[in-house]
Each structure stands twice: as C-alpha cells, then as structure tokens.
Design a protein around this ligand. Structure first.
Ligand code: THU
Length: 134
C-alpha cells in the first residue's frame, strides 16, 4: 500500500518516546507489517555512545521479538525534527536489508510533514546479505 498521511502522525507518536539525553535528536519510526500490525520505534541513547539504538532498528527488533520475520514487512516511515527528511544511517540500512524486502518502501519525513520516498535497495545498492554467505 502506498503512503498515507497518517503514517507521519504515527511516526511522530513514536518519536515522542525517544530517549535522547545526549543528542536531544529525536527520531521516530512507524513500521507496518503485511498482515496489518504496526510497531513503533524510537532512538534509545546510551552514555557509551555506540550502544545507542536507532529508531528504525528499535521498530524492527520489536517486530522480530513478537515473531515477525523477513518478508513480513510492508513499509517503514521515519521522522525527525530537522529541515530535511530523515535518512537511515548505514547500520540501519544494513538491518533493513537483512529483514525487509528489497523493494519495501522507506518513507522519510520531517517536521513539516513532506515526504521523501525510497526503497531498501535504493538506500543500500549492492548490499551484503545472507545470499553472499551461500
Ligand atoms: N538516529 C536514528 O535513530 N536513526 C538514524 O538512522 C540516524 C540516527 C539517532 C541515533 C542518535 O540517537 C541520534 O539519532 C543522533 O545520531
């Protein structure tokens, strides 16, 4: 299903839950499954900075922990309070590659609500995957 305007509001709701004592940069992710479930993700920072978990991965880990598996996801919407749409970091792109279909939409928004639409494979072309281990 293509982008719907309420996805942004859902991602904003997720964003409100961010734990960001160090950067104050709140990120929210709204993950939809093909069977109609939704998962929220927010970034969760840590005093040992590399232990921080991004919003995108938070939502995916929540879904996997509830039993969802690669191929089950329909779209992810990410939002930030910035002057341009959010852009998943390299680690999140790799995790999206692992868990989501290559053509799954990634909707990147920001506080003005405008949309930049991409896909997993567009964000990580020529990415490494389990197939490379065969
Ligand atoms: N962050 C995310 O949550 N997602 C991204 O893809 C980029 C970065 C978070 C991590 C950290 O809490 C804050 O944004 C600043 O880097």
């Amino acid at each position: 299903m293509s982008y719907q305007s309420h996805y942004f509001q859902e991602a904003r709701e997720a964003q409100s839950r961010a734990y960001v004592p160090y950067s104050q940069f709140k990120v929210g992710a709204y993950l939809k499954t093909k069977d109609g479930r939704t998962f929220y993700g927010a970034n969760v920072e840590n005093a040992a900075y590399p232990a921080t978990i991004c919003a995108e991965r938070s939502s995916l880990v929540a879904a996997i922990s509830e039993g969802y598996r690669p191929g089950d996801f329909e779209s992810i919407t990410v939002t930030v309070d910035a002057e341009k749409p959010s852009s998943p970091c390299g680690t999140c792109r790799q995790v999206l590659k692992e868990l989501c279909d290559d053509d799954m939409p990634v909707y990147m928004t920001y506080h003005k609500g405008e949309l930049l639409e991409s896909t997993v494979v567009e964000l990580l072309p020529h990415g490494f995957s389990g197939k490379d281990l065969e």
